[in-house]
Design a protein around this ligand. Sequence first.
Ligand code: CA
Length: 366
Amino acid sequence: MVSKKIKLMAVAALFAFGLALSGCGSKDGGSGTAVSGKTVHWKLAMSWGSSLPPFTDAVEQMAALVKEMSGGKFTITIDSTNKHKSAFGVFEMVKLGQYDMSHTASYYWKGKDTATLALTTVPFGMIAPEQYAWFYYGGGMELMQKVYNKQGMYSFPGGNTGNQMGGWFRKEIKTLADLKGLKMRIPGFAGEVLAKLGLTVTNIAPGELYTALERGTIDALEWVGPGMDISMGFHKIAPYYYTGWHEPATELQFLVNQKKFDGLPKSYQEILKIAMRLAAYDMYIKNYHMSADAWSKIAKEFPNVKIRTFPKPVMDAMKKANKALLVELAAQNQLLKEILASQEAYMKKSREWTRMSDYSFLKDNL
Ligand code: CA
């Protein structure tokens, strides 16, 4: 939880920024009340259960900021899957206006539009700082909006997990043949890539992952990283923990019903945008903290966990399948093609700077 003091400081700074952005400074204020607007109450549906830090923290923080910045006039009720019972139904719920907004992940919607896939993360693609730069300054937000305009929704970055771990396996993967026939929970492009390598892939709601692994419905799964994985208990069943390749910068999303957003007073629109952006950033650093913390204890507290990296021939096959898949999907979806081309060009440019800055530093200082 962000401390009260820090939160209030953030509110003050962001509120000032929000007013500047919305250009409504003294018109709405002047009497000591932050915003004297109409009362608005929204409902948000998460793809998560009621407590899944840092995902649920991001949502709670966003709603708290909206309430404080609006002087208590704009409030958001948060419903988890415990209430609405459909982790992957939130897209339709927001589209149809049953909920005003959602916190979820774009790559869950590949069955509706493959262009949604590239807005979460791409295997072997950009890392979080590169991808955030692309979203906010490299044309990413505009492209994301093109995808969601078709659905009558807005999509905003909802917090990044950073580089994810490659998943939990019951058996060690020594060759490509060891992968064939495995049943694995792995969403997004990565699932499509592994399907090309002979796995049966599926997506399972977060709340059902442990049971699916325990009952043998799946042989392997990936979730996020040590900060979120260890508390799920996967290591008790599948001790081989692989380093990542498939989700270098998984961005969650706030999905917002377009008509509902457009109907908000301008100042509330800005408050919501600022709250979402701050909550997303805070989730990114909180998840980094949670994983660093869990990782520092893993060898001592969970000695049965065996850390592995996929052998080079396996990784080479994944890269090859990924490249072929991107070409194949892009040929079927013009907007996906445009997004992938934009990301590729941006990664080419930004990666040179990453190489000169972080990589050059780290390679001599680890
Ligand atoms: Ca994942």
